[in-house]
Design a protein around this ligand. Structure first.
Ligand SMILES: [Zn+2]
Length: 129
């Protein structure tokens, strides 16, 4: 239930914002989720929808955007997209922390985030986070 705790943290943050801005009604939340964050978008959406009823976020929608991963290799100096592993069960390639050039372990420079990008209010006002 990794996604559930993420959704809880997210909703907590948004509810605090809603409390500080009682005149603003949140209708949509845009979230950036990195390819390397191990977060299932569907599960996160599901968790969000299951926590928000009877809160000021009740009728808001969660929009999830994927942030592409980028890695850096300390062994050969490679910098760029990670090596993707074809996961037959998942149906989509999975980003790995392996160097596509030399096969050694790399570290991620992008793709591990899970952050609120913006919040949309009724009256089409947008706040950047
Ligand atoms: Zn390398």
């Amino acid at each position: 239930m990794h996604e559930f705790s993420i959704a809880c943290g997210l909703v907590e943050k948004l509810l605090q914002f809603a409390e500080e801005n009682p005149d603003k009604k949140i209708i949509a939340v845009r979230l950036e989720v990195g390819e390397l964050s191990q977060i299932e978008h569907d599960q996160l959406s599901f968790a969000y929808e299951s926590i928000t009823p009877e809160t000021p976020l009740e009728s808001s929608t969660l929009q999830i955007e994927t942030v592409e991963a980028a890695v850096e290799c300390p062994t050969c100096g490679y910098h760029g997209p990670p090596k993707y592993w074809d996961e037959a069960l998942a149906g989509t390639p999975v980003a790995t922390l392996q160097c596509p050039q030399c096969g050694k372990a790399v570290f991620a420079v992008a793709g591990q985030e899970c952050a609120i990008k913006s919040v949309k209010f009724l009256q089409s006002e947008t706040a950047a986070f």
